[in-house]
Design a protein around this ligand. Structure first.
Ligand SMILES: Cc1ncc(COP(=O)(O)O)c(C=O)c1O
Length: 481
């Protein structure tokens, strides 16, 4: 097959430049060849092809250790976003690799339709000790979107089994992200109607608690209270007898890392109980120490009916997630005897993935990673306060190792930058050039592995500081100082 890089190579521009800074088109070094293969055949999600090809943004990674990654060109990067809020225990954990290899030799696969495996049973038992309240039953799957699909189907089926077949609607929040399979995407606020609509029927999106830019023009805890009241109004508007569940991340990363006060989740728990609506907490990013507690919802003193997890469950060493339900939900299935959940995933509870997750959780316990995240989170928060001196840093917020700074053109009006504005793109380029991997949209994310050192946290913040200073100089005309 003639690859894109060869075709472009013949007219002397395009992908040639890509790889290139890296290498001329006739460069046959192994690194260059791997980059050409990537450019020719791998569908890399968010970067436009021309960004990869023309702007030299292609990065093909080869190895990693702790919080550091190296690409095939030997360039070094600090992982400021733990892959994608995934690698909580850090890169290069030989113990996890060994546990997976041992499991693959012993038993690589068994059908999850009728059976389970020893590592999946061990994992469920370990998790039951860690999850809040009576969240004791685990439906394993292969990632976050599947966990959300599973949770939503459990909610709908259990409502019907309890005598409420008309309760099919789902309330999610604006700014939310719950995955990209069609059901999960229907709950995701940033969904592309033009390409993929119509979405799942019966989903509505309500305001997210946001103390920096409240939809209700109020401040502090009042913003949380108003956002919670809106959920109740939405349930009443839709008709409580039609609503199956409400879903939200305890602290939403996608919505910009706003940390609601206790009152918000306590109100939601109460509202859902009064209206017979199930409450789903999506801990796909929040879970496994990210926010300085094992699960973020622990901070709020409530227990959701269903919780979704993935990402940090194995710290990314294997694709695994779960929908976790309280005893009462599983009891409904037990009472109905033969009725199974209308759902089956071939790779749910995969033994090798479960073995990776078990070892990951053992590392969490041995190294006190949750406590480390809490302590380092406070350190990071203090360092980030310095960034407020920048004319474009409107807000700094977060908890544990889940933080963000919000970029604005004008602090007084809070006029924001579009996530793809030339300014944010320039900042993104500058941080990448300085060896920091993170996401720069209208917020900059700070979410390193829980093993990151104070010195690494310092460097991460310094790189953003330096990059903002340069970009603010270049775009001075667009920014109100
Ligand atoms: C809160 C939340 N839920 C669900 C998902 C979907 O997870 P996955 O990409 O593993 O399908 C994500 C992904 O980032 C997420 O952030």
């Amino acid at each position: 097959m003639v690859g894109v890089s060869e075709r472009v190579g013949t007219n002397g521009h395009g992908a040639g430049a890509a790889v290139a800074d890296a290498a001329a088109i006739d460069d046959v070094s192994p690194a260059s060849q791997i980059e050409r293969d990537a450019l020719d055949h791998v569908w890399i999600h968010s970067s436009g092809w021309s960004d990869l090809a023309d702007k030299g943004n292609l990065r093909v990674f080869e190895r990693a250790e702790g919080s550091t990654l190296w690409d095939v060109q030997g360039r070094e990067y600090f992982d400021g976003i733990s892959g994608l809020w995934v690698v909580n225990a850090g890169h290069g954990r030989a113990e996890i690799a060994e546990a997976m290899a041992t499991q693959a030799r012993k038993l690589a696969y068994v059908s999850s339709a009728s059976f389970t495996s020893a590592p999946a049973a061990r994992l469920a038992d370990m998790l039951a000790e860690l999850t809040p309240g009576d969240l004791n039953r685990f439906y394993f799957c292969a990632g976050g979107s599947e966990a959300v699909e599973t949770a939503m189907k459990i909610a709908k089926q259990v409502q019907a089994m309890r005598g409420f077949p008309r309760r099919y609607k789902v309330i999610a929040r604006r700014g939310s992200y719950h995955g990209m399979t069609m059901g999960a995407m229907s709950l995701t606020a940033i969904r592309n109607e033009a390409y993929f609509g119509p979405f799942m029927y019966g989903v509505s999106h309500v305001p997210h608690p946001n103390r920096y830019r409240s939809d209700f023009g109020v401040e502090g805890e009042q913003a949380d209270i108003m956002a919670a009241r809106y959920v109740e109004q939405e349930i009443e508007n839709q008709g409580p007898e039609t609503v199956a569940c409400v879903i939200g991340e305890p602290i939403s990363s996608a919505a910009g890392v706003h940390v609601p006060g206790k009152v918000y989740w306590q109100m939601l728990r109460d509202i859902c109980d009064r209206h017979g609506v199930l409450l789903i907490c999506d801990e796909v990013i929040n879970g496994f120490g990210r926010t300085g507690t094992m699960f973020a919802i622990e901070k709020y003193g409530i227990v959701p009916d269903i919780m979704t997890v993935a990402k940090g469950l194995s710290s990314g060493y294997a694709p695994i997630g779960a929908a976790i339900v309280r005893d009462a939900i599983y009891e409904t299935f037990q009472e109905k005897g033969e009725v199974a959940l209308g759902h089956l995933l071939t790779f749910g509870g995969h033994p090798v993935c479960a073995a990776a997750a078990v070892k990951n959780l053992e590392i969490f316990a041995d190294e006190g990673l949750v406590a480390q995240a809490a302590e380092k989170g406070e350190y990071l928060a203090a360092r980030l306060e310095d960034l407020r001196a920048h004319p474009t840093v409107g807000d700094v917020r977060g908890v544990g190792l889940l933080h963000a700074t919000e970029l604005v053109r004008d602090k007084a009006t809070k006029a924001s930058f579009h996530k793809d504005s030339p300014f944010t793109k320039r900042v993104a380029q500058l941080v990448m050039d300085r060896g920091l991997i993170t996401r720069v949209w209208n917020v900059i994310h700070f979410a390193p592995p829980l093993v990151a050192t104070h010195a690494e946290i310092d460097r991460m913040v310094e790189i953003v500081d330096e990059s903002l200073t340069i970009a603010e100089g270049e775009f001075a005309a667009e920014i109100s100082a």
